[in-house]
Write a protein that binds this ligand. Structure first.
Ligand SMILES: [Zn+2]
Length: 257
């Protein structure tokens, strides 16, 4: 069975435009510059695996007509990847009050459980809606022909670490500044590399454009898709500047895996 991935959001932590209407260098007349915070979903039959729960998750799922979530995998604990968790309540109700399984490494789940304790355990009148699971470096989600096999790699993301998920010959590395990934054999022979490309200037916790082009040249995926884009990077500026197999993401980009 075929699977596909939707980039639900490809913006940096503040999105484009910012909450105060500032568009930076992005042309506000280009719809592809309107970027919500990073999240994605993998769909294989009825298996719907959400990667991160951005603060924009409600509108992201509505605009992509996603009406179901089977499970959630987290890359790391930062607010722009996790603060939408509360929005998943309707899926808990949809599951006849069966908790939604969420997955991440120990450090990520510890932070999320602390910050969103009311979603994981009985506090006050409302039921918890999610269950925390610690993932291993190899795991699978879904049943029979809808099953998706995952590998994960821990990578440096400034002062913390985030997970890069590898599935269906695709790697998702939305938050990372770890150039040592170019040596990782799990990242060779990819069809798609979806990678953190914050801006042109260096940054202490994200790849910049030069880093991404270097990673692309070393790992040689069939296509590299840039995500986590700051308002200093205009969609058409990037499109003109980049080689044909490196493209900027946009919200709602659909990829057949
Ligand atoms: Zn982050």
């Amino acid at each position: 069975m075929k699977s596909r991935l939707i980039i639900l959001g490809c913006g940096s932590s503040i999105g484009v435009p910012r909450i105060d209407g500032f568009w930076g260098r992005c042309d506000k007349n280009e719809k592809k510059n309107q970027r919500s915070r990073c999240s994605a979903i993998i769909i294989k039959g009825s298996n719907h695996i959400l990667i991160d729960t951005s603060p924009d998750i409600k509108n992201q799922l509505l605009s992509n007509k996603v009406k179901k979530i089977s499970s959630v995998i987290f890359t790391h604990e930062h607010a722009d990847q996790t603060n939408g968790l509360f929005e998943l309540r309707p899926f808990f109700w949809q599951h006849q009050s069966r908790k939604i399984n969420t997955y991440g490494d120990f450090k990520t789940m510890k932070h999320i459980k602390k910050r969103h304790d009311f979603l994981f355990k009985n506090i006050g009148p409302y039921s918890p809606i999610v269950k925390s699971n610690i993932i291993r470096s190899k795991f699978s989600l879904g049943k029979r022909n809808e099953k998706i096999l995952f590998k994960s790699i821990e990578a440096k993301h400034g002062q913390t670490k985030s997970l890069i998920y590898i599935f269906e010959k695709t790697a998702y590395a939305s938050d990372c500044n770890d150039l040592s990934i170019v040596k990782m054999s799990k990242l060779k022979n990819l069809n798609y590399l979806i990678i953190d490309c914050l801006r042109l200037k260096k940054h202490p916790s994200h790849f910049n454009l030069d880093d991404c082009l270097y990673v692309h040249s070393q790992l040689k995926p069939r296509k590299t898709i840039l995500t986590n884009l700051h308002y200093s990077l205009d969609y058409n500026y990037l499109l003109k500047k980049l080689p044909s197999n490196v493209v900027p993401a946009y919200d709602g980009l659909k990829i057949n895996l």
